[in-house]
Design a protein around this ligand. Structure first.
Ligand code: AMP
Ligand code: MN
Ligand code: MN
Ligand code: MN
Length: 279
């Protein structure tokens, strides 16, 4: 009998907008049968050391990762970095800029909500955030807690997206910069959840071309919240553009029963997994 190694290479903790601490995330991953777990918090690596510590006495392999927000034309794209050296100065300088930007953006979000009659949002959101990363999910928790919306997805629909009162267009890293920070830190850059962007097929191809030119190597062929039908198309793209295939749940919280750690369809045999040259 062949025992398959279970890889989950895209997850979040309280070091960004996940609801489990890095330690609790590692414990849950083990419970769910994950063998290789990447912690990929948004725009920061503060959870990595704690996750590595928690994984130390176990059979779980912890991969140091990050998920960097990128502004590409009018779109926000996410680039995951895997196996990054978190002590790399170039990477950390880039991530520090992003954290600073997040603070200013949070102030703008709060000001806009204030104009819509919702006060105290900045302090409210901060209560849910670690001191390193402030994101829209933290505003969402505040808005749900105060009865402005029924759940997180309701908040996003009504407040935090384009044409809604708390929307602030993101000004994130440049694609080239995000990829080069990851590469400088010895990591592999991967386009996260490619099926989730609202862009045409032509634009997605252009994104992949520019990503490869910048030094990107990977493509998430399997992702937690995507329709099973998408995989076929993503496999085709990965092979056409000679990209290594990755898979990750994008787990944020146990409250979301749709997405669980390690519960992913296996990568089709026709692609080359990103871990094929890991040792
Ligand atoms: P930010 O990087 O602060 O702009 O927040 C982006 C994060 O918000 C994503 O990583 C998700 O965790 C969350 N998010 C985005 N859209 C939605 C949505 N429609 N419903 C729930 N969460 C969302
Ligand atoms: Mn998130
Ligand atoms: Mn993402
Ligand atoms: Mn993610």
């Amino acid at each position: 009998m062949v025992i398959m190694t279970c890889y989950d290479l895209h997850t979040h903790s309280t070091a960004s907008d996940g609801s489990l601490t890095p330690e609790a995330l590692v414990a849950r991953a083990i419970e769910q049968g994950v063998d290789v777990l990447a912690l990929t918090d948004h725009d920061g690596t503060e959870g990595i050391v704690a996750a590595q510590q928690a994984a130390k006495q176990t059979d779980l392999t912890l991969i140091a990762g990050v998920e960097i927000s990128v502004t590409w034309g009018a779109n926000t794209i996410h680039i995951v970095g895997l196996n990054v050296d978190v002590t790399n100065a170039e990477l950390q300088q880039g991530l520090t800029q992003m954290r600073d930007y997040r603070v200013g953006r949070a102030e703008l979000i709060a000001q806009r909500l204030e104009k819509a009659g919702i006060s105290g949002a900045l302090e409210g959101a901060r209560k849910y955030a670690s001191d390193v990363m402030l994101g829209r999910v933290h505003f969402a928790r505040f808005l749900v807690e105060h009865g402005y919306a029924s759940d997180s997805s309701d908040v996003f629909k009504r407040f935090l997206v384009r044409n809604k009162p708390g929307y602030v267009p993101g000004q994130w890293a440049k694609l080239d910069d995000a990829v080069s920070w990851i590469t400088a830190a010895g990591g592999q850059a991967v386009i996260a959840h490619p099926a989730r962007y609202k862009i045409t097929a032509t634009k997605l191809r252009r994104l992949i071309t520019e990503f490869k030119q910048a030094g990107g190597v990977g493509f998430e062929v399997v992702s937690g919240r995507q329709h099973p039908e998408e995989v076929k198309n993503l496999v085709k793209l990965a092979n056409q553009f000679d990209l290594l295939a990755s898979c990750g749940s994008d787990f944020h919280t146990p409250d979301n029963t749709w997405v669980e750690l390690g519960k992913l369809t296996t990568l089709p045999e026709s692609v080359r997994p990103i871990w094929s040259d890991w040792h």
